[in-house]
Design a protein around this ligand. Structure first.
Ligand SMILES: C[S@@+](CC[C@H](N)C(=O)[O-])C[C@H]1O[C@@H](n2cnc3c(N)ncnc32)[C@H](O)[C@@H]1O
Length: 376
């Protein structure tokens, strides 16, 4: 189900949400690019750190980003060895991300690849998000120990690349869809936020979603909670940089002990990371106004393991993150349910009903996210 797309009032980099949604659908069904990733064809240890924007003098022109002279320009700027950079460009061309023009001796990004690697304004921009993938390799000893032991690996013990990579992975979607599509898809929430509402963003990480909502709804007051202290410090910096520090605050708290009463409580791509989702939903119910709403954003999944494996193009990536980061973190906490990043709508609905919520529905979706609404 896809909601009717309304015009964005804020953010979105001047793009129409339906244009972004179409671009995202196109990329999600692009066998060449995404199947290539899944098959590991385009894997390169430097990929997480590559600054493709530095290779692209014509960022605005989707589909025609020319990487002319890239090897020399990038090598010079980065102080890199030109011979190695040339080899890296060939690895990307062999993987299908770049097209090599032998006559001109240049490398060119294709349309979908440009959106993914060189255009920060699209919902599928993943270039810097690859830092999260990089962290998985850097944490390999800790991950191995978890697999051979009790399965536990707390979020805060990962390499800091994970925290930045996660922020950048999800932020593009929040910017593109949160005020423009997801909030309007909830019952009566947009009006409350415009008038001025109390909002809690639980498991806020670096605060990407808080900043987007604070920018869109200046009359509302938003508090981000996270149990990871370094992330809370970064979130405060992000809010100050974005000019929304006056209406936001960020506090260190677990999802079961934050204070206050709220009209809207949000969980953005984090509930499945937590050990006790039922207890956490129960705490949210206690903290929620009787007419309030929980906005639960979770990684996209289709109900039923076999159906999801066969039909969800994002499943390989999301199960990978879940098996290395999300599930080990959940196992490290109280209860240790290990919901997993591919729990799906039906299982998430069970969690909220068990916690005492009476209404639960899918409000919207993207190829990357399920947008779910729970009400008392
Ligand atoms: C995948 S990240 C998502 C961060 C952020 N919501 C976003 O979308 O960018 C999961 C976040 O949940 C936080 N977290 C995990 N368990 C938690 C708990 N029990 N209480 C509070 N925060 C928790 C982690 O510290 C991390 O910042």
């Amino acid at each position: 189900m896809r909601p009717r797309l309304s015009r964005p009032r804020h953010g979105c980099f001047g793009r129409e949400p339906d244009e972004l949604a179409e671009a995202e659908q196109l990329a999600a069904s692009d066998d060449r690019a995404l199947a290539g990733y899944r098959a590991g064809r385009t894997c390169h240890p430097l990929l997480p750190f590559a600054d493709w924007a530095g290779c692209a003098p014509a960022l605005g022109r989707l589909g025609s980003v020319i990487v002319a002279g890239c090897r020399d320009a990038v090598a010079a700027r980065a102080g890199c060895n030109p011979r190695l950079v040339r080899e890296w460009l060939d690895s990307q061309a062999a993987g299908g991300l770049l097209v090599y023009d032998a006559d001109a001796d240049t490398y060119r990004l294709g349309a979908e690849e440009a959106m993914a690697f060189a255009d920060d304004g699209t919902p599928i921009f993943v270039a810097r998000a690859m830092n999260a993938i990089g962290s998985m390799f850097m944490d390999i000893d800790k991950v191995t120990a978890a697999y051979r032991g009790d399965g536990k690996l707390p979020w805060g013990e990962h390499h800091p690349c994970l925290f930045k990579g996660t922020e950048w992975f999800f932020r593009t979607g929040y910017r593109a869809y949160l005020p423009a599509v997801w909030i309007p898809a909830l019952e009566g929430v947009q009006e409350k936020l415009e008038r001025g509402a109390r909002v809690a963003d639980v498991g806020c990480g670096h605060g990407a979603s808080v900043v987007v909502m604070a920018d869109a709804y200046p009359n509302s007051r938003l508090t981000g909670f996270d149990y990871h202290e370094p992330s809370i410090r970064t979130a405060r910096e992000r809010a100050a940089e974005a000019g929304v520090a006056d209406r936001t605050s960020f506090e260190v708290a677990t999802a079961k002990d934050y204070p206050g009463t709220y009209d809207l409580i949000c969980f953005f791509d984090c509930l499945h990371d937590m050990g006790d989702p039922v207890g956490i939903a129960r705490h949210a119910l206690e903290r929620l106004d009787p007419d309030g709403t929980v906005l639960l954003v979770e990684p996209f999944a289709i109900d039923g393991r076999a159906t999801n494996l066969a039909g969800n193009p994002m499943a390989a990536l999301l199960y990978t993150a879940s098996s290395v980061v999300c599930t080990p973190n959940s196992l490290s906490q109280e209860v240790g349910l290990g919901l997993g990043a591919q729990a799906g709508e039906a299982r998430l609905g069970e969690v909220f009903r068990e916690a005492g919520f009476t209404r639960f529905r899918r409000a919207a979706e993207t190829p990357l996210n399920l947008i779910l609404e729970a009400r008392p």
